[in-house]
Design a protein around this ligand. Structure first.
Ligand code: GLN
Length: 198
């Protein structure tokens, strides 16, 4: 399995390390690469879109043609996991701030997000979450978005303070938090198991 981590911003090396660890635990062979150009995504079976600043990442995705490639890959049934800013970019519907900043979402998941839902209260915090299919995990939130609403095939699999913080739609996974900042690779494992299905 080839996994590509989009490497414009965010915890790229942490995502690579966690993915490698999860692959080892699950006995999945393959490689994990940092992707900066469209061609780095060639042959990838799964992609991770890290956090950072969604407006900047969206501009760089468009400038590199990777936005188009990611839409193509989702259409082919490849796995894509977006964390924090990545979660925002996966959504079909943004909020006022997304509109004001003219941030172009990838629009792959049937969900509506509030871009800075948790950031307005507290810049960052760590809390325990219950995630469907996994159980209890520690989650780190940094100026985190919330998943306000899902429809169609998209499903919320974890909530915090009455708002969605994790959702899945087929092989696509959106997380408000940063699973790469703990020493628990189960979220990455869950994503890879799902992405590896026929
Ligand atoms: N809320 C930020 C944004 O709008 C994302 C924060 C993060 O990725 N840590 O892009």
């Amino acid at each position: 399995m080839k996994v590509a981590v989009i490497a414009f911003q965010g915890d790229v090396s942490e995502h690579i390390r966690m993915t490698e660890e999860a692959m080892k635990e699950l006995g999945i062979g393959g490689s994990v690469v940092a992707a900066r150009r469209r061609k780095d995504l060639e042959g990838a079976d799964a992609v991770i879109l890290p956090g950072g600043e969604s407006t900047t990442i969206s501009k760089r995705l468009r400038a590199s043609g990777m936005d188009e490639k990611l839409r193509e890959m989702a259409g082919e049934g490849k796995g894509i996991m977006g964390t924090c800013a990545g979660c925002i970019l996966l959504a079909k519907k943004g909020d006022e701030e997304v509109e004001k900043t003219d941030t172009k979402l990838l629009g792959l998941m049937d969900m509506e997000i509030d871009r800075n839902a948790f950031g307005r209260q507290r810049e960052s915090f760590e809390t325990e979450l219950n995630v469907e299919g996994i159980g209890k995990i520690n989650a780190v939130f940094i100026r985190a978005p919330a998943i306000l609403r899902t429809w169609g095939d998209c499903r919320t699999i974890s909530e915090f303070e009455g708002m969605g913080v994790a959702a899945v739609q087929g092989k696509l996974m959106a997380l408000s938090f940063h699973p790469e900042l703990t020493d628990d690779c189960r979220m990455h494992g869950e994503f890879l198991k799902n992405a590896a299905k026929d």
